[in-house]
Design a binder for this molecule. Structure first.
Ligand code: FAD
Length: 386
């Protein structure tokens, strides 16, 4: 029974904490001061990929042979938690895609050639990576993707379209899901796809509600030729590889949701001491004290559910149910926390440039991307035998 497995109650040692301080300093001093400017510009400087690479932030749990640090997953948790202090969800998404979503599968299944050509430069931040699965007609239903890769001699010829692809317009390569076989789950493969091939086109950067500094693109493939040896691992096994990869993506979303909620509450409690109404600091009204007490309690509960999932993931145990539960609970909770914190800021909360408004916009993505809350409920209900 899962319930009897041991739990690490203090996952962070001194070295994790030193690493955490380094990321916090980076976020608070170098990134957060530009949060508004990068949202307004619709992008952050590309050089930041190099900066993160130099600091080893893309290779935390990757193999040292390819430039990673080979550290445990709690370093990734500390990194994702602190990344919320950049106060720019778009930047956070882009960086997590690079190190935690598009590249782990290459580290796991790639050939030495793929690791040399794609993984190592991505971990250094020299090449920008994207994970391209979703299509105009297939998001939640991954088995319905239609982008094809037809074998032609030693090549694969790729045709189709991908949408909502984070880092999509400036990616140097994609970890791309294509159909190499028949319909359904069985005929999908993952390939490494360099974006400088003929026939590849970034159709447009999508205008979004939030994550404004992140580049989210619609991509087209018109007879794009790549070597057939760029298939990752076994051909036609891509659906299962994607589902495995989703575990890391969903877990890091849960970690982000908890940390961002905590940060919103810290900000609100501070604001509640400064802002006065009816001659009192607004934070002293019982209505708000009770509301925030409830949120703090539920954020703490979500944190330990997420840590429980992270502990299993770190020990490479099956954690499908726990990760799905953590993503569902933490990402839905973040909506309520962001809504109330915005309300607590009154008119200031509705000003687009405020930190709370940016967080409210950015966090809205969490119950949608990487598997919606409805899909998480579907997984949990199946795991419970319903
Ligand atoms: C900003 C942003 C960045 C993204 N980045 C990436 C990326 O980098 N790479 C990538 O591949 N994709 C990316 N995505 C795509 C994202 O993963 C999908 O949007 C998501 O999986 C949902 O798919 P969909 O949008 O097609 O919605 P649909 O699948 O069309 O779902 C629409 C609605 O129907 C519900 N629904 C679907 N099936 C069921 C069901 N069985 N039971 C109950 N309800 C159901 C959904 O929960 C949702 O509410 C990104 C999306 C956004 C918005």
């Amino acid at each position: 029974m899962a319930e009897n497995r041991p739990v690490a109650f203090e996952p962070f040692g001194e070295e994790h904490q030193a690493f955490r301080r380094m990321v916090r300093e980076l976020c608070e001093e170098e990134l957060a001061p530009h949060a508004r400017e990068w949202d307004e510009a619709g992008e952050f400087p590309r050089e930041l990929f190099r900066r993160f690479g130099e600091l080893g932030l893309f290779g935390i749990r990757h193999d040292p042979a390819w430039g990673g640090s080979g550290l445990d997953y709690w370093y990734v948790v500390a990194y994702a938690e602190e990344l919320t202090r950049s106060r720019n969800g778009g930047l956070g998404t882009a960086m997590l895609v690079q190190g935690e979503m598009a590249t782990p599968i290459i580290g796991e299944l790639g050939s030495d050639e793929q690791k040399r050509e794609f993984l190592a430069p991505a971990l250094r931040g020299e090449k920008v990576a994207a994970l391209a699965i979703s299509e105009p007609d297939a998001g939640s239903d991954v088995a319905a993707i239609r982008t094809t890769a037809r074998r032609d001699g030693d090549d694969l010829v790729v045709n189709g379209a991908k949408t909502w692809i984070s880092n999509g317009s400036r990616a140097d390569f994609l970890t791309l899901a294509v159909r190499t076989g028949g319909a359904g789950h069985e005929g999908i493969s993952l390939v490494t796809f360099p974006t400088d091939v003929k026939g590849f086109q970034v159709s447009r950067k999508l205008a979004k509600v939030g994550n404004l500094s992140s580049d989210t693109a619609l991509l087209f493939f018109d007879d794009c030729r790549i070597p057939a040896r760029y298939v990752l691992g076994e051909a036609d096994q891509g659906f299962y590889q994607i589902m495995t990869g989703f575990q890391g993506e969903r877990l890091v979303a849960a970690v982000t949701a908890v940390a961002a909620s905590q940060l919103l509450l810290e900000d609100a409690l501070r604001y509640g001491q400064e802002r006065k109404a009816f001659g009192r600091p607004i934070g002293t009204f019982q209505a708000w004290r009770h509301r925030f007490a409830g949120h703090l309690s539920r954020v703490e509960a979500a944190r330990w559910l997420t840590y429980r999932a992270a502990d299993l993931f770190n020990r490479k145990e099956m954690a499908l149910k726990e990760i799905s539960m953590a993503k569902l609970v933490a990402c839905d909770l973040a909506q309520e926390v962001a809504y109330d914190c915005m309300q607590f800021h009154g008119g200031m909360g509705y000003v687009t440039e405020s930190d709370v408004a940016r967080a409210w916009r950015d966090l809205r993505l969490l119950p949608i991307a990487g598997g919606t809350s409805e899909i998480m409920r579907e997984i949990v209900s199946r795991a419970a035998g319903m």
